[in-house]
Ligand binder design. Sequence first.
Ligand code: CTP
Length: 473
Amino acid sequence: MSLRNKILFTDKISNIRVIKAITQVADSENLKVFAVGGFVRDLILGREKNDLDVLVIGSGVDFAQSVAEKLGITNVNYFKNFGTAHFDYDNMNIEFVGARKESYDRNTRKPIVEDGTFEDDITRRDFTINTLAISLNKSDFGKLIDNCSGFTDIENKLIKTPLDPFKTFDDDPLRIMRAFRFASQLHFNVDESIMIAAKEMRSRLSIVSQERITDEFLKILSSPKPSIGLQLLFDSGVLENVFPEISIMAGVDQRKDYHHKDVFLHTLQVVDNICSETNNVWLRFAALVHDIAKPPTKKFVEGIGWTFHGHEDLGARMMKKIFHRMKLPLHQLEYIQKLVRLHLRPIALAKEEVTDSAIRRFVVDAGEDLEELIILCRADITSKNPIKVEKYLGNYERVMQKVRDVKERDQLRAFQSPVRGEEIMQICNLKPSKKVGEIKTAIEEAILDGKIGNNYDEAYKYLMIIKDQFLEN
Ligand code: CTP
């Protein structure tokens, strides 16, 4: 480690206010204290980081209390069982931990927290790139301590475990997924030894909580090029454990002269494509699952080849079970289902001479997610032939132009019957009931079919014509 780099770290961290307080308290209490983990890694990589992990050779909880008192902070979270404490200061999340020789109970996953040395603590960490420490004591402030060659591994863009990966993963099997997540976030390679251990140990992920697994999975999806992490999950077999429906999309079937695209590889490309257009992880998730029902709907039809009829509907229906199993936030379910269900619709609308009413239905069905649906459709174009790509993009542009035209005419955005439920009840002398909804829907359908215009007068007249027929039965 050159002197130049050392000075660089000193400069970078000496202006951070909480670090000044940490240094003063550490020296007055005669404790060795370090910045560790992701903070140091990201400092070297030049990535912005608001999380600071502080390692204390002593009690992390007591030390946090002293620093908090010095800064006048009253809002400190203590996790005494884990020997950690946390507070926020100056837009930073600061976590304090005492050095530990930690091992987990193999079955319950409860950590056995035992005091340890600096070396114990550092080598029990997940990856060498996370084992770097910077001293925060005044005497050697800013000094980088690199016991596990983490700096070289950062330079070589390599994810490697400080110990035998079988031991590191046995301590916390989630680290298998973390390896792939860091590879995806940082665009690093994973060491071959990690792949070997991951393949053998993947079933141990069953002792990890679904929330932690899903969190890592979504971090992969949020990374700049998720195909890196997803491909590693697949190659190690871990995808089969954490998201089997995606895993079985891989492979190509050949019959006579017909074969279909490898759905998994196509999906990876769609996900990467969409990532250059959006950071919305749910839109990215929709890209990941848009063809999820291709394997269960796949059929070989003589003379035609491979078909996947109804995969968009089945895919949407599959989502509910998957959301529950993976403990995904249920308020996103409808959005994902909608995008999966509608992802073929724009293609259909581009092909035929479409009627205004087909466009209206599409606008109403997609609602406020229409723009995002089109982003998905554009990302779904994975042809290598530039002429085809241009043609498909042109098709979507034509559909969107039609949408704009119809919208301008109809103002369909917040579409509902111009004659409202209250008025229908008054005119028809009805109490709130299913019938009121049926009449309202009939008016809306007439507008969507183009039988009447989307305005009050025509809707009122139409109500007068149809109401008796509804009231009779
Ligand atoms: N760590 C570990 N094993 C885990 C989780 C965390 O060894 N299963 C260690 C790593 O040294 C890591 C540090 O604890 O650097 C902090 O963990 P975390 O905040 O989850 O990760 P970061 O490395 O800070 O990265 P990020 O904030 O991007 O998740």
